[in-house]
Design a protein around this ligand. Structure first.
Ligand SMILES: Cc1cc2nc3c(=O)[nH]c(=O)nc-3n(C[C@H](O)[C@H](O)[C@H](O)COP(=O)(O)O)c2cc1C
Length: 345
């Protein structure tokens, strides 16, 4: 297991609550860190750098108060920065992270040595999202501390590789921290991610359905009502392929299986609307009132394991119980396997 010193002994579970556009904010992050897992949010969930900084202050104060009141140590928190030319706030937001010494920076879309240098300069960590081996190699060369293997079926901009393929290829050249992302929803999934060779599990969709998430109740109910076959992987909504709930595509007047326009009115507005990657602003609505991420809802194929909307604290307690029973069960099985290794399966 390869965990950076900054995380060692600080977690109740090897788990990160993943950053999610329009979904994760201070309430989710604070409760995650209080429960002993890494809580994260995208800087762009706030409309301006000043408002982003205000969230950082709020999170730091809440965690300091928690530590003073309970004598317990909260888990470190993280911020997701989009390292892409469409994000004009990158430098300003990075400066703010430096000023507040944000423990973990999660970069997506570009692994830039300058960003890594700045974060390492104040003692922080950089984990970088990768969906391909080529991107993993580039990020490793840029000196990141961890690679987040974003595999098939993940919520948001998912990859297309199986975790068995991506994690094992990454492990052939990378000895830093590997974090597995995509369809992980239970404590057993966390244990399985570790068996697969990952050090940490990364969960997005499961945390959309928590009381502290910013997702509206209809979104959460749609997740409860959905299973893997209710997810469509399409580039139509945000310019690069992402997973969306079919029912939300249908409500927006789009073909639920492709995300493409099915009416003339929608087709016209799509032609004039932006299909460029533009994470700084919500994308142009394909139909009045429907905008990507805001009412066309993203979720991963793991939705079939999400049946409720607990508090973050209750969810982490459940994940912990499931993780413990999965590891105990595996310890028992491994005795059986050891006998079979000698006597044959
Ligand atoms: C609604 C939604 C929004 C997301 N927004 C972001 C984002 O802004 N930045 C990012 O790096 N990843 C984003 N992701 C991806 C997650 O961080 C994570 O990789 C993914 O949710 C893991 O897969 P899972 O949902 O199957 O657990 C988003 C995912 C979802 C579901």
């Amino acid at each position: 297991m390869s965990l950076p010193a900054l995380l060692q002994g600080r977690l109740t579970l090897p788990l990160i609550s993943a950053p999610m556009f329009l979904v994760s904010g201070p309430d989710l992050v604070i409760e995650a860190c209080k429960a002993g897992i890494v809580g994260t949010f995208p800087a762009l969930n706030q409309r301006s750098s000043e408002a982003f900084e205000a969230w950082l202050v709020q999170i730091k104060q809440a965690l300091q108060t928690f530590e003073a009141d309970t004598g317990k140590q909260a888990a470190p928190f993280g911020v997701n920065l989009i390292v892409h030319k469409t994000n004009p706030r990158l430098q300003a937001d990075l400066e703010i992270c430096k000023r507040h010494q944000v423990p973990l920076i999660i970069t997506s879309l570009g692994a830039v040595p300058d960003v890594v240098e700045t974060v390492h300069g104040y003692g922080g960590l950089v984990f970088h999202d990768v969906a391909t081996v080529r991107h993993a190699q580039k990020a490793a060369e840029a000196g990141v501390d961890g690679l987040i293997a974003v595999c098939a079926g993940a919520g948001g901009h998912a990859g297309i590789l199986s975790p068995f393929a991506l994690v094992s290829e990454i492990r052939q050249f990378y000895h830093g921290t590997v974090i597995l992302s995509g369809c992980l929803s239970t404590g057993r999934d966390i244990a399985t991610a570790q068996m697969l060779g990952a050090d940490l599990a990364y969960m997005g969709t499961r945390f959309i359905n928590t009381q502290e998430s910013k997702a509206v109740a209809d979104y959460q109910q749609m997740i409860v009502d959905s299973s893997a076959s209710d997810i469509t992987y399409t580039p139509e909504i945000s310019g690069i392929p992402a997973n969306f709930l079919k029912k939300s595509l249908a409500v927006a007047g789009l073909d639920p299986n492709t995300g493409k326009a099915i009416t003339e009115e929608v087709a016209d507005s799509q032609k004039s609307g932006s299909k460029e990657l533009n994470l700084g602003e919500e994308l142009t609505a394909p139909k009045d009132g429907a905008s990507a991420w805001k009412s066309i809802w993203s979720a991963g194929q793991g939705v079939g394991s999400v049946h409720d909307v607990p508090s973050v604290a209750a969810l982490v307690a459940t994940l912990h119980e499931e993780y413990v029973s999965a590891t105990i069960e595996y310890a028992q099985l491994s005795r059986e396997y050891a006998l079979k290794i000698q006597g044959g399966f």
